[in-house]
Design a protein around this ligand. Structure first.
Ligand code: MSP
Length: 668
């Protein structure tokens, strides 16, 4: 059986898993299921990226050792994937002993091939991105993420990336399927064409990493000088170590069978590491290059990338609890064309659930099955012979055939949204067919001819329902399995190959199963309220101190006490409100223009329910002045107004001064 090896990125353990991470893993799990149904032997690797400055710092803040910290957060990821029913074949942690062996092995291969040299480097380093910000000057922010950079001088080992510029460009040219989608491919090509600089792949400024091995034939002993690997050199190798690279004969067998990867799924912000550094490392080590890298877009929340540093993450838990895993899978795959950014909101999630799952798919299943129960004693009825069927009957089966082809073509091309649209065309057509043919009226008349028409309508609808259910199984494994059982099927849906869809129509006179609603309709406002409430509980969970027994890393991530230097990073200033007005369509938001002495800032603040805009003009306020800008309802907010949060309903009360203070005064 041919293999299909696919990977997710290896997630940093400095944040608990959120919906952004879940998105990549859900897509990967869907593809794994789909490829298995196509008769391939799919193998999915996921895991965690645990070294580097980011993790070292988070652990320090949490008062834990990096290893202890990483152990707990890695476990959160593993558990989240399990709770979400995501099936993977290997979970690599970059702190696993076998990973260290693999990193050293690939490094030695690259060294032997002559692509490593020693040099010195001074530059701005961005800890958030874990990379040098070559374009930034001292004091300037990172051009990628806008975060602070620091000046670092290091004696490092370098990788001769510049030697790969032409080879990479030729490779992109000859393998147009290597970087997808096209926009990312063009970006990468332009980047490589603009020239590649050699890459420092070791660090002496931090301890939390894999030590470089002693280099045979080298005048200096890298390990003795306390060099550790640059975190990206380390992390990318996880795609190899997770399948046995570097192990002895039998341990390395999966690697030999599985490598090169068929598909590597990554978020668009890390395409450069995967499309430039990664193939160059592999070429240098004499290893084959993966077939396709697919860079997907970002899941946005309130129009900003969902991320821990932006403080706008949504946890998978509440959605899972209230709507179920399949609703989340469906929403993400349907709502966001794969490759583009997409908005996540509880409102849109519940609306789609009600319209597409409860009203369309769920309703089709319960209508068809209930009528078979009522009119045919729960047995799939015999349809009329083809010649006696109406154009309407025939149209449904023809459409079903056409939808099968369109769906598979779309999924083969990773166009989940398009594939789902095709299936919903079928579902809508069958719902309309039932309205047009009125089976309930046929049942009432009950003549011989009506009875056979009724049998044909219900058989045709049940057959279309079977096809839709089978097609949707990689997308919504749990709920389609339930509908499958209700259709009276005893074979396990997840083990039925895709080709059986056309080959095995519903058998007549088989008993259907017990009918139960799979997607009950939800009251929208109450459901959204509940989701918001649960999300708030997850975000503000009780924060006990670290005990001898250890606290969950999720808690540790939240409790981290900060040092005075961290507090001093927050720039608090006095401002005066010049303009205040309501934000259209947002009952809580005001748009303010605040004079902070040197400039006037536009700030969007959630205080409209406590303060009428006109009462704020001329009022002194305190603002956080050095926050990254973010958009709320499409309006850019440059800072945050400081307010006390009062009572159960968290009513905001603005900070005030008794004495007069000038605009722009700093708070310390
Ligand atoms: N550790 C590196 C990857 C190393 S791979 C050898 C890393 N980790 S990360 O945790 O910051 O992010 C990993 C991935 O999580 C992103 O590339 C993306 O696939 C996913 N996402 C995290 N936030 C996301 C969104 N808001 N939206 C969509 N996916 C995002 O980078």
């Amino acid at each position: 059986m041919a293999k299909f090896y696919l990977t997710t990125p290896l997630y940093y353990v400095n944040a608990a898993p959120h919906l952004g991470h879940a998105y990549s893993t859900i897509v990967a799990d869907t593809i794994r299921r789909y490829k298995n149904l196509q008769g391939l032997d799919a193998f999915l690797l996921t895991g965690t990226d645990e070294h580097g400055q980011k993790v070292e710092r988070s652990a320090k803040l949490a008062g834990m050792s990096p290893q202890e910290f990483a152990d707990q957060v890695a476990e959160l990821f593993r558990k989240e994937w399990q709770d979400l029913g995501l099936e993977f074949d290997s979970f690599i942690r970059t702190t696993d002993a076998k990973h260290e062996v693999a990193v050293k092995k690939i490094f030695e291969a690259v060294w032997k091939a002559g692509y490593i040299f020693k040099g010195s480097y001074t530059g701005q380093y961005c800890t958030a991105c874990e990379q040098y910000a070559n374009e930034a000057k001292p004091g300037e922010p990172c051009p990628e993420c806008g975060g602070p950079t620091e000046t670092i001088t290091e004696e490092n080992y370098f990788f001769k990336l510049s030697a790969f510029q032409d080879r990479l460009l030729n490779y992109y040219e000859e393998h147009p399927e290597f970087i997808r989608p096209e926009t990312r491919r063009n970006e990468v090509i332009a980047f490589v064409r603009s020239g590649l600089r050699d890459l420092s792949i070791s660090r002496t400024t931090l301890k939390w990493g894999i030590p470089l091995p002693s280099l045979p034939g080298s005048s200096s002993e890298a390990s003795q000088e306390k060099h550790v690997f640059y975190v990206w050199f380390d992390a990318l190798t996880g795609y190899l170590s997770g399948i046995g690279y570097g192990q002895d004969e039998s341990g390395e067998e999966p690697f030999r069978r599985l490598w090169p990867a068929d598909l590597q799924i990554v978020g668009k912000e890390i395409i450069r590491f995967h499309a430039v550094y990664w193939p160059a490392f592999l070429m240098a080590a004499g290893l084959p290059i993966p077939h396709t890298l697919f860079a997907h877009g970002w899941l946005l929340f309130e129009e900003d990338k969902m991320s821990k540093s932006r403080g706008n993450v949504v946890s998978p838990g509440p959605v899972r609890e209230v709507l179920g895993i399949d609703a989340l899978r469906y929403f993400l795959l349907r709502e966001i064309p794969f490759g583009q950014d997409g908005n996540f909101s509880f409102d849109a999630l519940v609306s789609r659930y009600n319209s597409d799952l409860a009203n369309d798919f769920g309703n089709l299943a319960s209508r068809v099955l209930t009528m078979i129960g009522r009119y045919f004693n729960s047995e799939i009825p015999y349809p009329s012979v083809m010649a006696q069927r109406s154009a309407q009957d025939r149209h449904i089966l023809e459409l079903a055939e056409n939808v099968i082809s369109r769906y598979t073509a779309a999924l083969d091309n990773y166009e989940f949204s398009g594939g789902l649209e095709a299936v919903w065309e079928l579902i809508a057509a069958v719902n309309k067919y039932l309205v047009d043919t009125e089976p309930w009226a046929l049942a009432e008349k009950n003549t011989g001819e009506d009875r056979s028409k009724l049998a044909t309508v219900l058989y045709t609808s049940a057959e279309a329902l079977r096809i839709a259910t089978q097609l949707l199984s990689p997308i919504m494994p749990e709920s389609t399995a339930r509908i499958w059982t209700q259709l009276g099927q005893t074979t396990e849906l997840s083990s039925l190959p895709l080709k059986s869809i056309k080959e095995s129509p519903l058998a007549t006179q088989e008993k259907i199963g017990k009918i139960e609603p799979v997607f009950p309709r939800l009251e929208k406002e109450a459901t959204v309220r509940k989701l918001v409430q649960l999300q708030q509980q997850v975000s503000g969970r009780g924060l006990p101190k670290k005990t001898a027994a250890g606290v969950g890393a999720e808690t540790a991530l939240a409790i981290a006490k900060i040092a005075i230097e961290d507090f001093l990073k927050v720039e608090l200033r006095v401002g005066e409100v010049r303009v205040a007005e309501r934000v259209k369509g947002a009952s809580k938001l005001l748009r303010l223009e605040v004079d902070i002495g040197t400039e006037t800032r536009q700030i969007v603040a959630g205080i409209a329910e406590s303060y009428a805009p006109e009462t704020l003009i001329g009022r002194k306020v305190v603002i956080v002045a050095n926050l990254q800008p973010r958009k709320l309802r499409g309006i850019e907010s440059n800072g945050m107004i400081v307010a006390a949060s009062v009572g159960k309903e968290d009513r905001p009360v603005l900070v005030t001064f008794i004495e007069d203070v000038p605009n722009g005064a700093k708070l310390r």
